[in-house]
Write a protein that binds this ligand. Structure first.
Ligand code: GDP
Length: 377
């Protein structure tokens, strides 16, 4: 029959030419049309084109030219735990390093449901429309347990994800918080090298992750809700002291008055707290991520923060301190891992624990013995 155009009977009358189909010759392979014993006479076997392996130059050139596919693959490389990949990733990073740093790094935290992703969608879209290149990253150390509790939902940030100037990357599944941090920090650097000038780093406000994200960003934003009278209860003083701004979201409709009251309450409390950044007064703001009201205002505050802290030198000093802090955090982590995996330590541990339990050994002497075992070999 060849490739003759057919109009099957199920096609609606008014469908025009849109429903034409091609009917192919019967095949002589297996009964399902797949190649049978006489392979080669039916459909050819489909082999997907091999994904070309990129070398270090490809990664570097691709990222620097802003190629999104290469950027995504460079991040995958960074996120890999295989030692071979790590080596390549570090070489790529080393070459990208001179092209990094040219962005404002904004951390965004808040309890689930506070409206973080809706806010990021609104802010990110506004910034893309203004010509910025916006990368959205997530840091979620719990994601290995909860299987991607944030940014896992594909329907989130739908508008932003369609913008040409936006790049959205979910949280790496890294195991330890340290692992996630390394990956996120290095991903930030690669995004900067690819020309992204605004980095929005989202984290769920569940304890340690806020402290970690604070050490990765220039400006830290706490998104809060107005509740029925108890809005301030859930937020710990410690988290408020990390923030450069507190944003009362959902200031729209019936909630607007409550949001304005909450803002005033927060400002009263902030008055007594130590600001997170030298020379900057942390204040509360309101916005609606749905109507867009107040979004430009919070971006203006971030701009003002950047100008002020750059002029005073605080911006650059914080970044330098953050890198050093990161270096020593990684040293500590490596030492811990090598200590507890050291064969001498592994062997000695149960015996020492037993001796301690039977009051035959003091804690201090146990430490000395463990360190001695670690130092040997
Ligand atoms: P997240 O868990 O902090 O990321 O919160 P989401 O961004 O998923 O928002 C939680 C819910 O609040 C969603 O149903 C949003 O539509 C809603 N929401 C977020 N921002 C606003 C806002 O500014 N106004 C109103 N009325 N609803 C909002």
């Amino acid at each position: 029959m060849g490739e003759e155009k057919q109009r099957p009977e199920w096609v609606p009358q008014q469908a025009g030419g849109a429903f034409t189909t091609y009917v192919l010759e019967g095949v002589e392979g297996g009964h399902d049309g797949m190649p049978g014993q006489e392979a080669g006479r039916g459909f050819p076997r489909f082999t997907p084109p091999p994904r070309r392996k990129l070398d270090i130059d490809d990664y570097v050139q691709g990222v620097l030219s802003g190629n999104r596919t290469v950027l995504a693959r460079a991040i995958t490389l960074i996120e890999s735990n295989s030692p071979a990949h790590m080596e390549t990733a570090q070489e790529v990073l080393k070459r990208l390093l001179p092209h990094t740093g040219n962005s404002v790094r904004v951390g965004i935290t808040g309890v689930p449901g506070a409206g973080k992703s809706t806010f990021i969608e609104a802010l990110g879209s506004m910034l893309c429309d203004r010509g910025h290149k916006v990368a959205v990253l997530a840091v979620d150390p719990s994601s290995t347990v909860t299987r991607g509790s944030i940014l896992g939902d594909k329907t989130r940030m739908e508008i932003l994800s369609r913008k040409e100037n936006a790049f959205i990357r979910p949280s790496p599944s890294g195991g330890t918080l340290g692992g996630v941090t390394r990956k996120s920090r290095e991903t930030m650097l690669v995004c900067e090298a690819a020309g992204f000038d605004v980095l929005l780093v989202e984290t769920v406000g569940v304890g340690q992750s806020e402290v970690t994200v604070r050490t990765m960003v220039d400006f830290f934003l706490l998104v809060v809700l107005t509740g029925a009278g108890d809005e301030l209860q859930g937020i710990k003083k410690g988290v408020m002291e990390l923030a450069d701004a507190i944003l009362v979201n959902k200031a729209d409709g019936d909630n607007k008055i409550r949001a304005l009251t909450a803002r005033a309450d927060y400002n009263r409390i902030l008055h007594y707290l130590q600001p997170a950044t030298e020379g900057w007064r942390t204040m509360a703001y309101t916005c609606s991520s749905i109507t867009g009201e107040g979004i430009a205002g919070i971006w203006a505050a971030i701009g003002e923060f950047r100008r002020k802290t750059t002029a005073s030198g605080v911006f650059a000093a914080r970044r330098r301190a953050q890198v050093l802090d990161w270096v020593y955090t990684m040293v500590q982590e490596h030492l811990l891992v090598s200590f507890y995996n050291h064969p001498g330590v592994v062997e000695l541990k149960p015996r020492l624990e037993q001796a301690i339990a039977e009051d035959r050994l003091s804690a201090t002497l146990a430490v000395q013995e463990l360190l001695k075992a670690f130092a040997e070999r």
